[in-house]
Design a protein around this ligand. Structure first.
Ligand code: CP
Ligand code: NVA
Length: 330
């Protein structure tokens, strides 16, 4: 359907107030395993080109609104291209250029966007804003990264692991570096897919203890380390991320020097990768700082699958959009 044809259909009907069972995609620990499995399978199918045109119908003629409080390359472009490939439309709001930047509330923005769009993707500085957006939306809301998690990225990473290394169950993934938002979504994933996650961080930068305990209670196998070499021994996949996440300050600030300094022993280089299993892969969600969290030799070397991860954002997010717009309930 063209934009002109869509506009002929008239305004979007007012959504049901307080609609229940919306298919929000907020965090991997809030979504049933079977649903995540189905979304991953859709991602693989979209990539193979197996999804028939009719199967993409839930997105045809629908609009995705994306709200950004922080910069983005991959999330913005992969969602836009994906939604368009599924026959939908996209509108993008940078918070500082919208009334959000002048103090309009997230709740009011959410109510308004729900009247124009069929699904909202939100990249936010604060988890509480994501919760507020979802609480007031009458359409599904997707977490495009918060200070606490990055579920879309980890769906792409899980898909990448499966296509290169096979099933996740019984395998070992090692996170090295800052126990940040991306790390948290890896922790969440362990409760669903039967792999072991080893997390090597300085003690002060370990992932939130209560979150880890909750995931363990739900069946996740998460083992915390401070020694990166010990954590990487025999791993099937080694993952890291920037040492300085968005919203944590400006690189070069004196206040961040100590944060960076404690991460120095956690750089992923050839020596560390040599401890992993034969054929282990290296992952990084990007953007990367070469020679800081990872050496150029590793990220640009034969074990690196970072470009596959970036590509798979597109395929798996088509699965997420498909699921969000296919109905209600898990
Ligand atoms: N990995 C990721 O989310 O990248 P962007 O910040 O470019 O969206
Ligand atoms: N941890 C990083 C991920 C960027 C995609 C950040 O939050 O900036």
């Amino acid at each position: 359907m063209t934009a002109a044809e869509a506009s002929k259909r008239g305004p979007k009907p007012a959504p049901r107030r307080g609609a229940k069972g919306l298919r929000h995609f907020l965090d991997l620990d809030q979504i049933p395993t079977a649903t995540l499995r189905a979304i991953l399978d859709l991602g693989h199918a979209y990539k193979r080109g197996d999804v028939l045109p009719g199967d993409a119908r839930p997105c045809t003629g629908k609009t995705l609104a994306m709200v950004f409080e922080k910069p983005s390359t991959r999330t913005r472009v992969s969602f836009e291209v994906g939604m368009k490939q599924l026959g939908g439309f996209v509108t993008i709001i940078n918070s500082q250029e919208s009334q959000l930047g002048r103090g309009e509330t997230i709740a009011d923005t959410s109510r308004v966007l729900s009247r124009y769009a069929d699904v909202v993707m939100f990249r936010t500085l604060r988890e509480s804003s994501l919760v507020e957006m979802a609480a007031h939306a009458t359409v599904p809301v997707i977490n495009g990264l918060s200070d606490k998690s990055h579920p879309c990225q980890i769906m792409a990473d899980l898909m990448t692991f499966e296509e290169i290394k096979g099933p996740l169950a019984g395998r070992t993934v090692t996170w090295v570096g800052d126990g940040n938002n991306v790390c948290a979504s890896w922790v969440h994933a362990t409760a669903h897919f039967g792999f072991t996650l080893r997390v090597a961080t300085p003690k002060a930068l370990a992932p939130d203890t209560r979150m880890v305990e909750r995931v363990r209670a739900a069946g996740g196998d998460v083992v915390l380390f401070t020694d990166p070499a010990e954590a990487v021994d025999g791993a099937d996949c080694v993952v890291t991320d920037t040492w300085l996440s968005m919203g944590h300050g400006v690189d070069g600030d004196a206040a961040l020097k100590a944060h960076i300094a404690q991460l120095e022993p956690y750089r992923v280089d050839d020596e560390l990768m040599a401890r992993a299993a034969l054929g282990a892969v290296f992952m990084h969600c990007l953007p990367a700082s070469r020679e800081r969290e990872v050496s150029a030799a590793v990220i640009d070397g034969p074990q690196s699958v970072v470009w596959d991860e970036a590509e798979n954002r597109l395929h798996v997010q088509k699965g997420i959009l498909h699921w969000c717009l296919s109905g209600t309930g898990a």
